[in-house]
Ligand binder design. Structure first.
Ligand SMILES: Nc1nc2c(c(=O)[nH]1)N[C@H]1C(S)=C(S)[C@@H](COP(=O)(O)O)O[C@H]1N2
Ligand SMILES: [Mo]
Length: 207
């Protein structure tokens, strides 16, 4: 079902690890070694016994995983650079989790679906085109730097879409809803850019 996206070489373009660090910092950003916490509300407490992850919307049959089922999906380590619209960039962040490709492989996507909304425990949402989450560009992580992801940073699990501003990386993610049209999420409805590419400085709507 993802073959309509897979043969296009320009997705998932990765900056080489050998590149000078300066070349990895998007325009207007500064480097940080810290890991600031940015949350629009309180950190939700989600017991693993009740945690679940759902893919629904424009799919033949919605799919749902318990925590235990989710942990048994194929997962791997990821090392990625992240950039927040508040202007910090952090290089070589280390995560462990499952690719969105492997999650989408579990459902039959309606051909009309072109976008999705990531939905979080606590009510946060953010919208993404499907083309920005396939081909190993995005993953759902439950470990950061070799340890369980801390709740303030989105634990038990968060979406990570490293090539877009970090507001697209929904913390406490509980599912993906596939849609025909791009529907602005939380920050996007408040004037942030609909896509949020840091290399194009897509910070606010109109940029
Ligand atoms: N559920 C949820 N996800 C969220 C947010 C939020 O408020 N709620 N903030 C976003 C923003 S603006 C940023 S920059 C990053 C911050 O992640 P961090 O707190 O781990 O640095 O999470 C994003 N994901
Ligand atoms: Mo942010």
């Amino acid at each position: 079902m993802t073959e309509r996206f897979t043969s296009r070489g320009f997705f998932g373009k990765r900056r080489d690890a050998g590149t000078d660090r300066a070349d990895r910092i998007p325009p207007g950003q500064y480097l940080t070694d810290g890991f600031p916490v940015l949350s629009a509300g309180p950190t939700p407490q989600i017991p693993l016994e009740t945690w679940e992850f759902t893919i629904d919307g424009l799919v033949a049959e919605p799919m749902r995983w318990s925590w235990e089922q989710f942990q048994s999906l194929p997962s791997r380590d990821w090392t990625v650079d992240i950039s927040c619209v508040t202007k910090w960039t952090k290089l070589d962040t280390r995560w462990h989790g499952v690719s969105v490709d492997d999650l989408l492989a579990a459902v039959e996507i309606d051909p009309r679906a072109g976008f999705l909304t990531a939905q979080s425990y606590g009510g946060y949402t953010t919208n993404l085109p499907l083309t920005d989450v396939v081909n190993n560009q995005a993953f759902v992580a439950w470990q950061y730097d070799g340890a369980p992801l801390e709740p303030p940073h989105g634990g038990p699990a968060r979406l990570v879409v490293p090539h877009l501003y970090f507001w697209k990386s929904a913390k406490w993610v509980r599912g993906l809803r596939l849609m025909e049209k791009d529907q602005p999420g939380f920050w996007e409805s408040l004037g942030y850019h609909i896509r949020g590419d840091p290399w194009r400085e897509e910070r606010y709507s109109g940029d």
